[in-house]
Every structure is written in structure tokens, then in C-alpha cells.
Design a protein around this ligand. Structure first.
Ligand code: PHE
Length: 346
């Protein structure tokens, strides 16, 4: 019995064959198991002797089975390793890859400058309440920016919903929902019924900033935007501040960047026209100002204790100047070659 089992084990060459041999020679109906069952019927002395021999026999069989199992699985592993060998020198097919789109890439870059200063990222919906887009921001009811020409309203009009025309409603949302002081930036998509050409898109991106704390002044705004511009465009970037008007800031300003292309040299020189700044010497970057106390009050903030500044910069425009693009439409046409050409550059 034992010799037969050992032979069957050594003849098995695969896991499956060994399993079969194991069932045949050690299973419930194997000769060994059957003989083992007979022991119970033997007289007591014989029982001891036979039981001992039977135990030894079963021990040898099980030992042989275990050894053969180890041998076979080692051999199978060897065989698999040999069969599945990978030739890393074989030529591969080229896989075309996408690329990070430059607009979100530059958006992240801009946001990160503020995150590094401890500001938080705030978000708001693109489908916005008219109240937050305009009323809370001190736009009078018949302000021209509300009219159909600029703003894309949603039907039916009584729902008072629109596609946000700027990221400034997130100022109101942040003041209404956050604990003071507030330091947030909000990058996001905005919509205006604008023409679609090389320098205008009806859907574009802004990054809004809002700081509300005790004792905030225009000086803080200036220092912050100068730091922002220098981190983004280089330490030698020069800014120009022009007085302006926004209903939600007072005083307000527009910030210009010294032209990346002619550095101001095209101004007053008809022989040296600059396509980037149209020979103005400066490029408009965004609007900003000290938060109008009416906005603070509309959002439940005590304007006798707190003050703030806000700004809103065009992200697509920033990318355009920074990477010397000539046509904003390239950013929405989905040609991966455009994205690839700016990878690492954005
Ligand atoms: N929301 C303004 C715009 O879209 C920009 C702005 C933001 C101005 C914050 C002042 C303060 O033109």
C-alpha cells in the first residue's frame, strides 16, 4: 500500500496529477483509510501493534506527499518563470498621450501662490442667483451690466438665475458662510454674452481674491497683488494702478502689467507697433479695490470692525500674456497639440 502510494506520488508531475494521487492513496476511500478503519475490530494487543504500524505507514505516505508537493510547485514556478519571460528590449507601439490643459494648469499656479500664504480656496456655482451675482454686490437694480447684452439669464426669469458673469458672487458666499477673518481665492469659469474672437471668449476664467479682517487697507491690496504678479511673471514685473469703478469696491482700481512684448517701448513710436498691447505699453490684468462697506453689511459683517480688499483677474488673459499666445480660441478648440506645446510652460 505504502510503496504503491509513494510510486504514484513520484510519478505525478503536475499539481493536478498529484491531487488525484493524493485522493486515491490517502482519501476516505483509499486502501490506507479502509485498513485504518479495520483496526477498531481487532483484539486489543493486535490493535496496538497494528495501530502503531498503520500510524508509521500513514506518516511516511503524508511525508512523501508533502515533499512531492514542494518539488512540483517549485518546478511549476520555474516553468512559469521561463515561459513568461518578458523581453524588455522588444520595440513597443507608441501610445499617444494627452496633456494637462494650460488653463487649469495656470489656474493652479495662480491659486498656489495664495495657498502658500495660508489663503483658502473657495468655490461657488456657475449657475448663480441674481442676488449674489449683483444685488449683494451693490449693483443698483438697473445697472447696465445686468442687461441681456452682458448677462446670460436662465429661463424662466422669475427664478432669478443666471450664468455668473464674474467670480465675485463667491465673495458674498464666503462672507455669508465662513468665520471671520476670511482669506480666500476662487478660481472659476464665468460667462458673458461677448463676442468670440482672438481676444474674447463668452466663457472664460477668473480668479477672485477676498481678504476681510480687522484693519485691512488699500496698502495690503497693493502689496498682495505685487507679490502675486512677481511670483507669476518674475521679480522684475512692474504694475500700474489706474482708478476705476466697481459697485462692490470703493476705492476701486484696475491693475495693468507692463507689456511682455515691447516693455513699453512701442508707446508713441509708430514704427514699432506692438500687437500685444496695441502700443499702449500696458496690458489690463484685472480689477480690484477695498470692499465696499455695503457689501460687508449685506453679508452680515460689521463694517465698523472689519474691512477688506478684493480682486478679480482674468486667467485666460494671464495665460495669453505669460505664454505669448496670439489667439484665445486655441484654449477651447481641444487640439492636444496646443496643450502639449505648453506643458511645463504654463
Ligand atoms: N468682478 C470684477 C470683474 O469681473 C473684477 C473685480 C473683482 C473688481 C473684485 C474688484 C474686486 O470685472
Amino acid at each position: 500500500m505504502v510503496a504503491e502510494a509513494l510510486r504514484a506520488f513520484s510519478e505525478a508531475t503536475t499539481v493536478a496529477e498529484l491531487k488525484q494521487a493524493r485522493i486515491t492513496h490517502t482519501g476516505d476511500r483509499s486502501p490506507l483509510a479502509l485498513a485504518n478503519r479495520e483496526i477498531g475490530a481487532l483484539p486489543p494487543e493486535a490493535k496496538r501493534e497494528v495501530g502503531k504500524r498503520m500510524g508509521q505507514a500513514r506518516g511516511r505516505v503524508n511525508q512523501a506527499l508533502k515533499e512531492r508537493e514542494t518539488e512540483i510547485s517549485a518546478a511549476e514556478l520555474e516553468r512559469r518563470l521561463a515561459e513568461e519571460k518578458v523581453d524588455v528590449t522588444l520595440p513597443t507601439e507608441l501610445v499617444t498621450q494627452g496633456a494637462v490643459h494650460p488653463v487649469p494648469a495656470v489656474m493652479d499656479l495662480m491659486s498656489d501662490i495664495f495657498v502658500a500664504m495660508g489663503w483658502e480656496i473657495a468655490e461657488g456655482p456657475e449657475l448663480e442667483a441674481e442676488w449674489l451675482n449683483f444685488d449683494a454686490l451693490n449693483f443698483i437694480p438697473d445697472h447696465p451690466a445686468r442687461t441681456m447684452q452682458d448677462t446670460l439669464f436662465i429661463d424662466p426669469p422669475e427664478h432669478n438665475l443666471l450664468l455668473r458673469t464674474h467670480t465675485s458672487p463667491v465673495q458674498a458666499r464666503s462672507l455669508l458662510t465662513r468665520e471671520l477673518p476670511v482669506y480666500v481665492v476662487c478660481p472659476g469659469r464665468v460667462y458673458r454674452a461677448d463676442e468670440y474672437d482672438a481676444t474674447h471668449l463668452p466663457v472664460f476664467n477668473q480668479i477672485e481674491g477676498l481678504a476681510v479682517d480687522k484693519g485691512i487697507t488699500f496698502g495690503n491690496l497693493r502689496g498682495t497683488l505685487e507679490h502675486f504678479a512677481r511670483e507669476l511673471f518674475g521679480q522684475d514685473m512692474v504694475l500700474r494702478w489706474r482708478p476705476s469703478y466697481f459697485p462692490f469696491t470703493e476705492p476701486s482700481a484696475e491693475v495693468d502689467l507692463l507689456c511682455f512684448n515691447c516693455h513699453g517701448t512701442s508707446v508713441g513710436d509708430p514704427d514699432n507697433p506692438c500687437r500685444m498691447c496695441k502700443s499702449e505699453g500696458w496690458i489690463e490684468w484685472g480689477g480690484c479695490g477695498v470692499v465696499n462697506p455695503r457689501v460687508l453689511e449685506a453679508c452680515g459683517v460689521d463694517s465698523s470692525v472689519y474691512s477688506g480688499f478684493a480682486f478679480g483677474m482674468g486667467v485666460d488673459r494671464t495665460l495669453m500674456f505669460r505664454n505669448n499666445l496670439s489667439d484665445l480660441r486655441d484654449t477651447v478648440q481641444g487640439d492636444v497639440r496646443f496643450s502639449r506645446s505648453l506643458v511645463g510652460g504654463a
